[in-house]
Design a protein around this ligand. Sequence first.
Ligand SMILES: Cc1ncc(COP(=O)(O)O)c(C=O)c1O
Length: 358
Amino acid sequence: MKRIPISKPNITEAEKAAVMQVMESGFLAQGPRTALFEERFAALCGVKHAIAVANGTCAIQVALLANGVGPGDEVITTPFTFMATANAILVTGAKPVFVDIDDRTFNINPELIEGAITPRTKAIMPVHLYGQVCDMDTIMASTEKHGLRLIEDACKSVMASYKGKYAGSFGTGTFSFYATKNLMTGEGGMITTNDDEVAEKSRLIRSHGMKQRYYHDTIGYNFRMMDLQAAIGLAQLERLEEMTARRRFNAAYLNQHIESVITPKVQEGCEHVWHQYTVRVNSGRKRDDAIRQLNEAGIDVGVYYPVPVHKQRSLAGVIEEVPMPVAERMATEVLSLPVHPLLSEEELATIATEVNKL
Ligand SMILES: Cc1ncc(COP(=O)(O)O)c(C=O)c1O
């Protein structure tokens, strides 16, 4: 039986040729292709600056540091995300403060944010999970009211929009180009901003605080992207619109044909990019059965994420544990189905049929 994978890197002759060109140019590390990738990515998101880095985790860490987040600060975020969101906060010396999620969107519940703000709050970091932008009007009302920094974890949401504005253009945006992402470079990341100072600081932190080689203005890291990665990203950018349209087509098909489980909701004003198509199966036991049944039918599925961040062993004793009932329940119910652009219509039909047997 041919399996239907949960994701598949979308690689064509264009990516292969682009990589070979870099190999032959002899310029493998950060160079002209990275600069061009940054320029095109900034234009895509409708922002002034894009700063390429080695991966999405680096992007978040740099964005936090460039916004002045450090020891003693608190950053409000969601517990229902990949661990990188919280780790990037923790390595700056700041403390993540979790706010529970909305069970319709799986994103941070903006109504609960005000209650989590303290004099130590420095920033809010919403995560646009699965490909859908958070309720930015309510979140930005809080950042503006309290003078807080806004850092978006848009790692899963390239080209997702809210009321006509792209993810990553509301505050400081952070993106991941990991191999399975909607736009991928194998590993890779990007910071986006309209703020000249944040952009300048991000560029310095990315490369040991150097503007001029071997003259160091600030303390920093080597978080640079390689031209090899940027070449893949440039080839992917050419097809991003088409690949996103395909994801939307696939999600619309699944929405229309799946009847047995709770299908994802798109909030008014949002254009979802369907990095993941996540349904809810109503209890841990049933979800385990559903996974087994779908796997037996040749369909690979994913659980993003089985343990919310505040419950991870690595944070025991690091943060005080506050119950997050919605995130904890979602962790037992969510199940992501294949939605990637390389699915055939026959495979889509198989997915819908098998899910409806659950
Ligand atoms: C929501 C979220 N944040 C951060 C990251 C980290 O990105 P990377 O794996 O490129 O470091 C990811 C990657 O999967 C993610 O999904």
